[in-house]
Design a protein around this ligand. Structure first.
Ligand SMILES: [Zn+2]
Length: 319
């Protein structure tokens, strides 16, 4: 039954259906059946966009949807983390400010260029009209550590680091008045968490910190918007279950001295019955398990993925 898998998501070419919906008084969700989401906050005097889409051409569709509900200026872009698929559309919004955690800024300095090349190679469909991306990096204009508050008129917008998980710099956008959260890739729904740059041993605690806010609505990084407390709880539990199960399997295997490829095969077999139907499962598993194995052995911090390392790893695990 084994057949050669195409590298990452190079064979995933089917366009997704977009949904743009209001999830609370000031928040909208732009979702795409498991492709990366964008969260939108419309305040009294300005609009904030969290995560931009992968290219300016794709961001133009987000802008068109925003313009069906408001003509207020899009002043702020928040980068929930540094991944190319989240940030490279930023220029389309012509924002006054691009906000990111200092940790995210540091990751852009350290590995932004490599990540850009790597992500475009893995998933070409997600970078439609990639030539519309300006050369170089998307640089934040405001950085913060821990938390900051933005007032859009009378609307309080908290921009928070609740701990590491998907990356070192993970940031969420929180509307305390309406208990609405834009989580970035810290939370996924019916979509496989990408954990190639993750901190597995921190992520579950960070999800507890999100749960402690008691969100009533949440825009995950991928998958449908969660618009009631029970759905939010399900999204958090699914993400936490996947991360914990994967890491427990991999660290147990690594402790026995098994090599990465052996641990990879065992872990995929173990997790597939529960999670195999989530989108990008086959894409993520080689990256996620490589990182988990690193974290369980001798790399507390994620190693930089390059286009070359991606292909080398894929060949060694999928052959
Ligand atoms: Zn990401």
């Amino acid at each position: 039954m084994e057949q050669t898998k195409h590298f990452a998501s190079q064979a995933d070419l089917e366009e997704k259906r977009i949904t743009f919906s209001q999830i609370s008084e000031h928040a909208w969700a732009y979702t795409a059946e498991g492709d990366p989401n964008t969260g939108i906050i419309i305040g009294d005097d300005a609009v904030l966009v969290a995560d931009t889409q992968a290219t300016p051409a794709m961001a133009a569709d987000v802008i068109a949807r925003i313009r069906t509900v408001t003509d207020k200026p899009i002043k702020y872009v928040v980068l929930t983390h540094y991944h190319a698929v989240r940030v490279l559309g930023a220029s389309a919004y012509k924002p006054q400010q691009i906000i990111a955690s200092q940790d995210t800024y540091d990751l852009i300095v350290e590995r932004g260029e490599q990540d850009k090349a790597s992500e475009i190679g893995r998933f070409p469909r997600l970078f439609r009209d990639v030539d519309s991306v300006p050369s170089g990096m998307t640089w934040p204009t405001i950085t913060f550590q821990g938390e900051m508050t933005l007032w859009l008129g009378k609307l309080e917008v908290q921009i928070l680091q609740l701990g590491r998980g998907h990356t070192k710099g993970d940031t969420v956008v929180w509307l305390p008045q309406e208990r609405t959260l834009l989580s970035g890739d810290l939370v996924e729904f019916n979509a496989t968490p990408y954990a190639g740059d993750a901190y597995f041993t921190h992520w579950p605690k960070t999800l507890e910190n999100i749960a402690a806010l008691k969100p009533k609505a949440l825009v995950p990084g991928r998958g449908a918007a969660l618009v009631d407390p029970q759905s939010v709880a399900n999204g958090l539990a699914g993400t936490r279950g996947f991360i914990k199960e994967l890491y427990e399997n991999v660290s147990a295997g690594a402790k026995t001295g098994a090599d990465l490829k052996t641990v990879y095969k065992e872990t995929v077999t173990k997790l597939r019955p529960t999670y195999g139907h989530w989108v990008i499962f086959d894409h993520c598993m080689p990256f996620d398990i490589s990182r988990a194995y690193d974290e369980a052995t001798r790399y507390p911090d994620p190693r930089i993925w390059t286009a070359e390392r991606d292909v080398e790893m894929w060949k060694s695990l999928e052959s």
